[in-house]
Ligand binder design. Structure first.
Ligand code: ZN
Length: 246
């Protein structure tokens, strides 16, 4: 079965729409959504409505989702992220708030686990280097783990019989074989606010039979999202960064 992997949508409906259209064309039958459905962008309710209708979707929350429903302290957020969360709180429908509150922040199946930040700190830790990767190995509940949070497509691996840990960026169209006997942690990058200097939406496909991950990128109408953010008086730096992919 092919499963769509999407993370860090951040209320970006045009990006989400493009990604889901591509995943449907790829004949994906299920979806794993790795948190931060809202925050930063201008379409929080619309994105949740789309996600709620996805067939066979497993969805976990991220730190911005919890911040949007006042379960996470935003005093440590930067000023722009905080402003966007306050705006999000002011527009979220009650049903959407209830839905976000119902989601779990860590899910483990027999062959893989899902978490937004890191296995040992599911909502807040940025898993971005080998040192943090190694510290998280004891908290892994499966050999394959999918994460989000950093908005960077990254692949972490380590052979279980003692090989060296490794981390590297994942290129568009790259295929990673999730071979048994190795720990694999994959961040498919961000749908709604990529930060690897590529403005296109970033996501992936997990083929459970082939045991392979395929990285994908898709352009979307950045200008339309920027116009909507301007209309809603969201911070200029958040608007500008979408065009740069930073
Ligand atoms: Zn995020």
């Amino acid at each position: 079965m092919k499963i769509g992997l999407i993370a860090d949508i951040h209320s970006n409906l045009p990006a989400l729409t493009e990604v889901l259209a591509d995943l449907a064309a790829e004949q994906v039958e299920a979806y794993l959504v790795l948190g931060d459905l809202v925050g930063y962008g201008p379409y929080p309710n619309e994105c949740i409505e789309v996600l709620q209708k996805l067939p066979n979707a497993v969805i976990i929350v991220g730190n911005h989702d919890w911040a949007a429903i006042e379960l996470e302290d935003i005093s440590l957020f930067n000023a722009e992220a905080r402003q966007a969360i306050l705006w999000t709180r002011s527009v979220l429908n009650p049903g959407v708030k209830e839905y976000l509150g119902s989601l779990e922040y860590i899910i483990s199946k027999d062959r893989y686990m899902l978490v937004h930040g890191s296995p040992r700190d599911p909502l807040d830790e940025y898993l971005v280097n080998v040192d943090i990767f190694e510290k998280n190995i004891p908290a892994l509940k499966a050999d394959i783990c999918f994460i989000g949070h950093s908005h960077l497509p990254l692949y972490f691996s380590k052979q279980k019989d003692g090989g060296n840990p490794d981390v590297r960026p994942i290129k568009d169209q790259e295929v990673i074989n999730l071979t048994p006997g190795t720990i694999h942690i994959i961040n498919p990058g961000s749908v709604g606010q990529p930060r690897d200097r590529d403005a296109r939406a970033s996501y992936g496909i997990f083929d459970t039979e082939a045991l392979a991950f395929t990285q994908k990128r898709k352009a979307y109408d950045v200008a339309a999202v920027q116009a909507k953010m301007t209309e809603q008086l969201l911070p200029k730096s958040l608007i500008d960064r979408l065009a740069e992919g930073i």
